[in-house]
Design a protein around this ligand. Structure first.
Ligand SMILES: [Zn+2]
Length: 248
């Protein structure tokens, strides 16, 4: 860490029990890839950036549109028409100039996934569709890297942390993709779920707390309820079934 300045910038988190300068150094050394710069990606990237994650790659092929602005808090009216990943990079650098941010304006496919997502310490799912999430899942399982899953619809959302070989993978949890739809969303839903995903990433890197593993957290904002669904590995899963290991 760069001495005095870092002690000031991160001072309030350094004094969390179990965190300390060592935890901050782990964050600084960490490389995290965020797939998607929409509602979830906005919240996740902002909080990982200000926490001091040393390198963040953010991937999105889209352009900022007016219809994004009710929930995608990285963007404002003046960003309409810009490439999301590039605008995100600029905003994140302004929030924390001490980290490295990489913008990638590409669509994640089976063909480029290992190149775009490979070599990172954590893969964060901020997508809006299950077919692309399956691609993230395959890379995470293939590389033995954790996948932080979150999804939102309306006032609701879900999140879980996937550790390949230990927890169920996304394909164990959702064997089939539903029909695509224009998903209704209010901005506060990705704020809640994105914050949960970012919290999990920070805990994983720093090495504190208990992860959201083997549990699907289901958030219902309309009734303000959090529920948990117990998850189990499918040992005949086509993606992770070959991996040894047991539930934790
Ligand atoms: Zn699986």
């Amino acid at each position: 860490m760069d001495g005095e300045k870092a002690l000031q910038r991160y001072g309030r988190q350094l004094i969390i029990e179990g965190f300390g300068e060592e935890g901050q150094e782990r964050l600084r050394a960490a490389q995290v890839v965020i797939a998607g710069a929409g509602g979830l990606g906005s919240v996740i990237s902002i909080y990982l950036a200000v926490a001091g994650v040393g390198k963040i790659r953010i991937i999105d092929h889209d352009i900022v549109e007016l219809s994004n602005l009710n929930r995608q808090v990285l963007y404002g009216d003046s960003d309409i028409g810009g490439k999301k990943a590039q605008v995100a990079e600029r905003k994140l650098r302004a929030l924390n100039p001490e980290i490295v941010v990489e913008a990638v304006t590409e669509t994640i496919t089976d063909g480029n996934a290992f190149q775009l997502l490979g070599g990172f310490d954590a893969i964060v799912d901020a997508m809006d569709n299950l077919p692309t999430r399956y691609i993230l899942n395959s890379v995470a399982v293939g590389q033995g890297v954790p996948l932080f899953h979150g999804a939102v619809r309306g006032f609701e959302g879900r999140a879980t942390t996937i550790i390949p070989g230990i927890t169920p993978c996304l394909k164990c949890i959702y064997p089939r993709a539903p029909q695509p739809e224009v998903t209704p969303v209010i901005g506060v839903a990705p704020a809640v779920i994105g914050s949960i995903e970012a919290t999990e990433v920070i805990k994983y890197i720093v090495g504190i707390g208990e992860l959201l593993t083997n549990r699907l957290l289901v958030y219902d904002g309309l009734n303000m309820e959090f529920m948990e669904i117990r998850l189990e590995r499918h040992h005949d899963c086509g993606v992770c079934g070959h991996l040894a290991g047991s539930q934790r």
